[in-house]
Ligand binder design. Structure first.
Ligand SMILES: C[S@@+](CC[C@H](N)C(=O)[O-])C[C@H]1O[C@@H](n2cnc3c(N)ncnc32)[C@H](O)[C@@H]1O
Ligand SMILES: [Zn+2]
Length: 546
């Protein structure tokens, strides 16, 4: 620890930054399109403000939906945003792009009205009280059968009902329209094969995630959008379109009582429950148009998009960025095995006919033979590139929250091998729970860690600053430390509180491996020495002495 402290005090020019920033919820311009792992915008902004000056250049090599790019622009910085997933570039570009609201509004109205006229009748149902025809809002299906519907009658108000003959007739009719259009090749819809790693039930191809009725409407809308002349309008309407896709798919579970379909992805896989919801895509398209419009309005006059370069390239080769040209790097690298970005994004990419370079994705995916070695060798190349493009005596911050020490070690080794020096590790709470964090409430890590590094050629060897381990094994040191913390916390500590301390401790002291030079499995180590229990008095799960 002393050596790390020495290093810290040597770096007098380092802007002091080690606080936990309270995350704010996302404003509308971050709610235009879903993406996974979006960082709190105010945290990102504070890091940018702390480490750079106006006019400086900020890089994010794993840009995702572009929080770093957008916050850089909003604070008057220049920025490079890199992501190999075309969808990430698409969302970021459409967020920062100029927009002609008149053209956007009229193009939307034209397509919306046309499709309303063509297909509205497919969404009519009879009011169970007075028999009048009205548009339904949701229907619920059990497998291949429509069973329930929900709507609002002008005279009788809200209702839910069992599907009747008329409802079944409309399904038949939709199927025959679909077959006719399909046969004459007049309809575009993607049939891409679902990647194994994200596959969750029998559905083998993307089209199986939509009813035929939805495919007819979606396929027509997407082709109408394609014909729009103004490129910006076309792209932003395409974003309205892709952002509604999960909501109008069979991924939304069906509720047989309320017939209320929630929106969005339920789990971070391509999965459809047997009882699922079917929504009217015409309604969803209008809703998404309004959401996107609100987001675009928020950004009027707020940023200069000419200061941004969005690059749909592999971060292992940043050839278009010059040596020592970047003032600060803030990034959130892929965490190995948590979210399969490319596989999931197929749900959008395929509808836009985007070509995706699956081979070069940085990920741990056993189904594609992408093991730790692949992950770690690619990460090594990325950090070498980051070292090359960053100016000397400038900083790199990245967030990470994987508990798997193999993944950590791969990342930490890549960064230090590239020549970066660790300054500190800051625990950062997260306001909005992300996909994976939502699933297992019992034993997950809510926050993120921000690792701050410097590139400084005057510091000769990074090893010199590694903490020398005494003769004790890593495991013994770790457990000794945990016992100290447990004692202070009256014998009980939640996973979150424990990992918040443990991760910086392991990283700063290089305690990754056990005696046999195997990377420690923290979870196993904890279970060997401690009990994981629900403690009634605290109403919480956490770790206790055995
Ligand atoms: C954890 S996400 C970043 C999320 C981001 N922080 C946000 O706010 O949305 C990591 C990103 O790395 C991208 N990625 C994976 N392999 C890549 C590669 N070889 N080159 C560039 N980007 C890659 C994924 O597409 C994904 O968007
Ligand atoms: Zn009625």
């Amino acid at each position: 620890m002393n050596l790390i402290n020495d290093l810290r005090s040597n770096l007098l020019y380092m802007p002091k930054f080690n606080k936990n920033i309270i995350a704010e919820t996302h404003p509308s311009h971050y709610m235009m399109h879903k993406y996974w792992g979006r960082k709190p915008h105010n945290v990102v902004r504070d890091y940018i403000l702390n480490f750079t000056k106006p006019g400086d250049t900020v890089l994010d090599p794993f840009m995702g939906s572009g929080v770093v790019v957008i916050e850089s622009l909003k604070s008057g910085r220049k920025t490079f945003g890199v992501d190999l997933n075309p969808m990430a570039c698409f969302i970021t570009e459409n967020t920062i792009s100029d927009i002609d609201f008149d053209d956007f509004d009229s193009s939307f109205q034209k397509i919306y009205q046309k499709n309303l006229e063509l297909f509205s009748y497919l969404y009519l149902t009879k009011c169970p009280s007075c028999g009048k025809e009205t548009l339904f809002e949701n229907s619920v299906w059990d497998g291949e059968d429509i069973v329930k519907l929900r709507g609002t009658c002008d005279s009788c108000g809200k209702f839910t009902k069992d599907a009747d003959n008329h409802d079944h007739k409309l399904i038949k009719e939709s199927q025959s329209i679909f077959n006719k259009l399909d046969k004459s090749k007049k309809l575009f819809y993607p049939k891409d094969e679902i990647l194994k790693f994200v596959k969750r039930n029998g559905k083998a191809n993307l089209n199986q995630f939509f009813t035929e009725r939805s495919l007819v409407v979606l396929g027509t809308i997407v082709q109408d959008i394609e014909k729009i002349k103004n490129k910006q309008t076309r792209n932003i309407l395409q974003m309205c379109f892709t952002s509604m896709l999960p909501n109008v798919s069979k991924m939304i579970p069906g509720d047989l009582d309320s017939v209320n379909g929630k929106s969005g992805w339920v789990i971070s896989k391509l999965w459809s429950p047997k009882v699922h919801t079917e929504k009217n895509p015409l309604n969803s398209f209008r809703e998404r148009f309004n959401k996107v419009r609100k987001g675009k309005q928020e950004l009027i006059g707020v940023l200069d998009n000419k200061k941004a370069q969005i690059l749909n390239i592999d971060a292992t080769n940043l050839k278009s960025i010059k040596n020592s040209s970047v003032d600060y790097i803030f990034t959130d690298p892929p965490y190995g095995d948590s979210i399969a970005y490319f596989g999931l994004s197929m749900f959008w990419n395929a509808w836009l006919k985007n070509k995706v370079n699956y081979d070069n994705e940085i990920i741990y995916d056993p189904c594609r033979n992408k093991k730790y070695e692949d992950y770690s060798s690619r990460m090594k190349k990325v950090f070498l590139e980051l070292y090359r493009v960053l100016k000397n005596k400038k900083y790199l911050s990245f967030t990470f929250h994987n508990r798997n020490l193999n993944i950590w070690k791969a990342v930490m080794d890549s960064v230090t091998d590239a020549g970066f020096h660790l300054i500190n590790v800051v625990y950062q709470e997260q306001a909005v729970a992300s996909g994976t964090q939502g699933i297992n409430k019992k034993n997950t890590l809510r926050g993120d860690f921000v690792y701050n590094f410097v590139k400084d050629k005057d510091i000769k060897s990074s090893n010199k600053y590694k903490v020398k381990q005494n003769d004790m094994e890593s495991e013994v040191i770790i457990i000794k430390k945990i016992n100290e913390w447990l004692k202070r916390a009256n014998g009980f500590i939640t996973s979150d509180a424990l990992y918040e301390k443990l991760i910086p401790f392991i990283v700063e002291n290089h305690l990754y491996s056990d005696n046999g030079n195997r990377v420690i499995n923290i979870e196993n180590l904890l279970r060997k020495h401690l009990d994981y229990n629900f403690v009634k008095s605290k109403n919480e799960y956490g770790w206790q002495n055995k």
